[in-house]
Design a binder for this molecule. Sequence first.
Ligand SMILES: NC(=O)c1ccc[n+]([C@@H]2O[C@H](COP(=O)([O-])OP(=O)(O)OC[C@H]3O[C@@H](n4cnc5c(N)ncnc54)[C@H](OP(=O)(O)O)[C@@H]3O)[C@@H](O)[C@H]2O)c1
Length: 161
Amino acid sequence: MISIVVAMARNRVIGAGNRLPWSLPEDMKAFRRITTGHPIVMGRKTFEAIGKPLPNRTNFVVSRDPALSIEGCRTVASLDAALDQASAPEVPGHDQVCVIGGGEIYRQALGRADRIYLTLLDRDFEGDARFPEFDWSDYRVLSREERADPFRFEFIVLQRR
Ligand SMILES: NC(=O)c1ccc[n+]([C@@H]2O[C@H](COP(=O)([O-])OP(=O)(O)OC[C@H]3O[C@@H](n4cnc5c(N)ncnc54)[C@H](OP(=O)(O)O)[C@@H]3O)[C@@H](O)[C@H]2O)c1
């Protein structure tokens, strides 16, 4: 199964200046819970935003630069190759491959994802990276939980019909 894990503002913004535009500790916790033990696939810019490999997850970084090498990560030349390698039986937790961004990678992965772990913020943010438009009717809602701190947001799990 391929899962997208994303936090998105009401206006679809997911990033600004290669950073998250908000600080939501509860969402960071949820991200850790969802992804730990599973392979994670990210774009090179998202890796730079995070700055280090995330522990207890096989980190795949997608880049068109064949010379790129990052200690603690597997660098891959295309998203397709990353998804293939991440779902190989020897990769711990390969039953669920987590695509963790950013915008360019989400755009290419959306059509292949079975599930979206969406943290939906009930606020607009300024930014330069966005999550692609999608048709909600293609998905059924597996769960939906509201939070109010430090502002209203929701944890929504969407499964492709
Ligand atoms: N809110 C969230 O949940 C969330 C999650 C993740 C990231 N973000 C935010 O999103 C922003 C980053 O997103 P972004 O769209 O700018 O960048 P990105 O998707 O993280 O990375 C883009 C890079 O990935 C590589 N790439 C993309 N498609 C490829 C392909 N088909 N084959 C090979 N390489 C490919 C290229 O790397 P090279 O240039 O090295 O070739 C490209 O420059 C940041 O602001 C970050 O904080 C937010």
